[in-house]
Design a protein around this ligand. Structure first.
Ligand code: ZN
Length: 295
């Protein structure tokens, strides 16, 4: 069982947040900077996300009166302004997901700060609001990511995997962010990703199999009063058969009647409010985990 369960609003038993990483063709451009624009089929595969899948997914969630969280790279916000407007119109949360989906852990600290600020400015220009949440592209959180996020005033991160409920991460300067934990088991990448240009050659699972994997995690967290952050990608999960399966999944969650479904920001603010008034004592991870390589 979960040793330190977090109380949820209105006596709810468990909590979930549905999030979408709107990578679009940023991932191709960062993987193949010299010739991405010559790879038209993969470009079209990825552009399906902002152009077809995001409006469909917004409509799906709005039909249930739910809000989702969209982690959008700054470049994608600039390239697909109509998509950003559509997400904002539905009242969904827009959060930060790098600039061109560059991996923070492959950047120097100065370059990582540059890209993070550039994306922040792009998102703020498009939405009129500074995002408060961050997810590292490819979960590639570096030794200095927490420091950069804290300095820039982020409220939460959602890239790490060290608990079943929200917890705190603490930087060397003593600043703290709420961590909204993720896990590969509720990410759609391992179920459906298949693309030669991006070097993923994996068997595509039927939607019922993907849902079975997600549901197993949900079932346990529900019993134990935990939290799940679903991490799905519009270009992957926004296809018709997969959206139908997501609709069935949402309905089964709603049938439980006592699950708090909220945006990642709402979950983070709830956690912080409990912690600040002494109603919950979270686990605190000090970052970076190690100062130097062992030898
Ligand atoms: Zn991503």
């Amino acid at each position: 069982m979960i040793e330190n369960p977090m109380p949820w609003p209105q006596g709810k038993r468990a909590a979930v947040s549905f999030s979408f990483d709107v990578d679009a063709d940023s991932i191709l451009r960062v993987a193949h900077p010299a010739d991405a624009t010559n790879r038209a089929s993969t470009l079209s595969y990825l552009r399906y996300g902002p152009e077809v899948a995001v409006p469909r997914l917004c409509k799906l969630f709005e039909g249930y009166g739910l809000k989702a969280t969209f982690f959008i790279p700054g470049w994608c916000a600039e390239e697909y302004p109509r998509m950003v407007e559509r997400v904002a119109e539905g009242g969904h949360e827009i959060a930060h997901h790098g600039y061109l989906h560059e991996q923070p852990m492959l950047q120097s600290p100065d370059r990582e700060r540059y890209w993070t600020e550039r994306a922040m400015n792009a998102l703020e220009r498009r939405t009129g609001r500074r995002p408060v949440g961050y997810r590292a592209p490819y979960y590639a959180f570096s030794r200095v990511t927490a420091d950069i996020l804290a300095e820039m005033g982020f409220f939460y991160d959602s890239s790490l995997m060290a608990d079943d409920v929200p917890y705190l991460i603490e930087t060397p300067s003593g600043r703290r962010l709420v961590e909204i934990p993720v896990h590969w088991s509720v990410d759609d990448w391992a179920q459906y990703m298949n693309n030669f240009d991006l070097d993923y050659i994996m068997p595509i699972q039927p939607p019922r199999k993907a849902i079975e994997v997600y549901w197993a995690d949900f079932d346990a967290l529900y019993e134990w009063g935990g939290f799940l952050e679903f991490v799905w990608h519009p270009f992957i999960s926004g296809r018709p058969a997969r959206v139908k399966a997501i609709a069935g999944f949402i309905e089964r969650v709603l049938e439980k009647g006592d699950v708090w479904i909220a945006t990642s920001e709402e979950i983070a603010r709830h956690a912080r409010e409990l912690i600040d008034r002494g109603a919950y004592r979270p686990r605190i991870d000090k970052l970076p985990y190690a100062e130097a390589k062992l030898d």
